[in-house]
Design a protein around this ligand. Structure first.
Ligand SMILES: [Fe+2]
Length: 593
């Protein structure tokens, strides 16, 4: 007698069902009825089966944002700062309304219609926000319905960091996932042992008993006269110009020491701040040489203490030769290079949005792993998850500016403009997630001029101390940079590496003039075909498979998201040309090649 299988199809998408295996989740939209014995090990059915839609949120402190995972696939992550046009450091405790609006617009999912809401970095939806100790709801009242409340699950700050890193690392086998930053809610860092999707917390740097390397870095940034939580990278850039000063090193070691996987405050927490106040009187933050020496010594101290932690981990877990990292400390691209150069690890990976901007996605990932909808580390192919704009939207924007000239997009013309030394803004596709512009909201310049650093800083009114970074075609990365190890993380521009001797003088605009390092963005064709082709076209006429790439934004702004921001850059003279997928714009009356 033949088997009889009744299948009731409710809606249609494709799923795979293992017969005879224990189902972890109920079929919610599909119903299956079977009569008779089944010998087949596997059946492929056409029916509807949606695992879940998870919205991740970061809603307290700075760097608000939201993320969306559908059926175990990361489909969206974005920071609120880009949609508001205001750097996150100035957006404290904002609810990511604009990011949620964009999710609704792109995916027709909101807090009412999603299945789960994962909140990163808080244990309660209330937080003390003023000097009177008054509390307010982190989620606006209109969203705090009982229906929404029951969908909310909070995950700890550093769990979100560490899981966000591990589950986007693509790393199989044994991996250590490590987070560290200024402070989470109850912890300053966490260490997990991970293996093929199983994760085991082995240590938490308890906030009441530890201090932080990132804290020292942040305090120093303020004393240098820069903005804490925004300009820390400038301290790193300055460090390469200085030498180690024994007195400053002594002072630093009076503030923080390493002990059994913890960084501990030697004395009171704000001791470093008090020392800096004294050092300021001796002009350590005024005179160029002293500033550089201070930065160099701080960088060395951070690396030395991190080395102690990694050495202990290596001693105790020698089989764990892969390392995934997140937390604000790992925005320090020179520290990342230092870690990568250690023999302890075969590969390291830094989450693209390593700071708290990554917590929304980290929280969504925590929930997806809890539901077993993400079971193993994913390899993310790109991070172009933000907003995109159509040709009609661009036409509308350009109509507002009669003094802008327009010509049709032509890839050879774009490459030629770059080769001629023009500053070209590139605005294509969807905005990047994280702090790096990776071709979709970028400013491109040929890498061959030593004076480009000063020229770009002047045109963009920036005060960058780090060299501008290069985008390099993936097939040519090894020719130019010593980046054989940890290449995947270089797709997100999160690590420095040495430049090969024969290229140092050929691409001076993207190489640190002192330490000869660079921070390459490795461009793969499948990740960004148009950007890849523009670099390749430039290669054909110049012989250089590499371009200078810096973020498309004016001084003090986040990476631009909107056409009107980009046209303003062009009108203000920051750019010579602005390129979209369909057009090349310039100012009328300018001398044109
Ligand atoms: Fe953090």
């Amino acid at each position: 007698m033949p088997f009889v299988i009744y299948i009731v199809v409710v809606e249609c998408t494709t799923i795979e069902i293992d017969i005879g295996q224990r189902r972890e989740k109920p079929l919610r939209l599909g119903t299956i009825s079977m009569i008779g014995g089944i010998t087949a090990q596997r059946m492929y059915l056409t029916t509807s089966f949606i695992m879940s839609k998870i919205i991740g949120l970061k809603i307290n402190g700075h760097e608000a944002g939201a993320a969306l995972i559908i059926d175990g696939k990361i489909v969206f992550a974005m920071e609120e700062e880009k949609l508001r046009g205001v750097k996150a450091v100035w957006l404290q405790d904002v609810f990511p309304e604009k990011t949620l609006d964009l999710i609704k617009q792109k995916f027709d999912v909101d807090l009412h219609t999603c299945d789960h809401i994962a909140v990163g970095g808080v244990y309660t939806l209330e937080v003390v926000t003023d000097c009177y100790g008054r509390k307010r709801n982190l989620i606006p009242k209109e969203y705090l319905t009982s229906e929404i409340k029951q969908k909310i699950r909070s995950f700890s700050h550093h769990r979100c960091h560490a899981m966000g890193a591990y589950f986007t690392s693509g790393m199989g086998g044994k991996v250590i996932s490590l987070s560290h930053d200024g402070a989470g809610i109850r912890s300053r860092g966490k260490i997990y042992l991970c293996e093929d999707g199983e994760t085991n917390l082995i240590h938490s740097q308890w906030i009441a008993t530890t201090s932080s390397l990132a804290y020292l870095w942040g305090i120093a940034t303020k004393f240098f006269g820069w903005v804490h939580l925004k300009d820390e990278g400038k301290v790193v850039g300055l460090a390469a110009h200085g030498k180690i000063n024994p007195l400053i090193y002594h002072y630093l070691s009076q503030c923080l020491y390493y002990e059994n996987m913890d960084f501990k405050a030697a004395g009171w927490q704000s001791k470093f701040e008090h020392i800096c106040i004294k050092l300021r009187k001796d002009r350590w933050f005024d005179e160029a040489e002293k500033r550089a020496d201070f930065a160099a010594t701080l960088q060395k101290f951070i690396e030395d203490l991190m080395l102690k932690l990694l050495f202990q981990l290596h001693q105790e877990y020698p089989d764990y030769r892969k390392l995934s990292l997140a937390g604000g400390l790992f925005a320090n691209v020179k520290l990342n290079q230092f870690i990568n150069d250690l023999d302890y690890f075969d590969e390291i990976y830094i989450h693209p949005a390593m700071s708290d901007a990554g917590l929304a996605l980290g929280a969504a990932i925590c929930k997806a792993t809890e539901l077993e909808e993400i079971k193993k580390p994913l390899k993310i192919e790109h991070i172009y998850w933000g907003e995109n704009f159509s040709k009609p939207q661009w036409d509308e924007e350009i109509r507002r500016h009669p003094n802008l000239a327009s010509e049709n997009f032509d890839i050879a013309r774009v490459a030629s403009l770059i080769d001629s030394g023009y500053i070209v803004g590139l605005f294509i596709g969807q905005t990047e997630y994280g702090p790096r512009a990776l071709g979709n909201r970028s400013i491109l310049v040929r890498p061959t001029d030593a004076e480009t650093h000063q020229k770009l800083n002047a045109r963009l009114e920036r005060t960058e101390t780090m060299p501008f970074a290069p985008s390099v075609l993936s097939e040519h990365a090894d020719e130019i940079f010593k980046c054989q190890k940890s290449k995947y993380t270089s797709e997100f521009m999160t690590i420095c590496c040495d430049t090969k001797d024969e290229w140092i003088d050929r691409i001076p605009a993207v190489v640190h003039r002192v330490d000869k390092t660079s921070r390459p963005h490795i461009v793969k064709k499948h990740a960004n075909p148009l950007y890849y082709d523009i670099i390749d076209e430039y290669r054909k006429i110049s012989g250089f498979p590499v371009l200078l790439n810096t973020s498309l934004n004016a001084h003090g702004d986040p990476i631009n998201n909107y056409p009107h921001q980009a046209t303003k850059l062009l009108l203000d003279g920051c750019l010579d040309y602005l390129v979209t997928e369909t057009n090349i714009y310039s100012r009328k009356g300018d001398d044109k090649p």
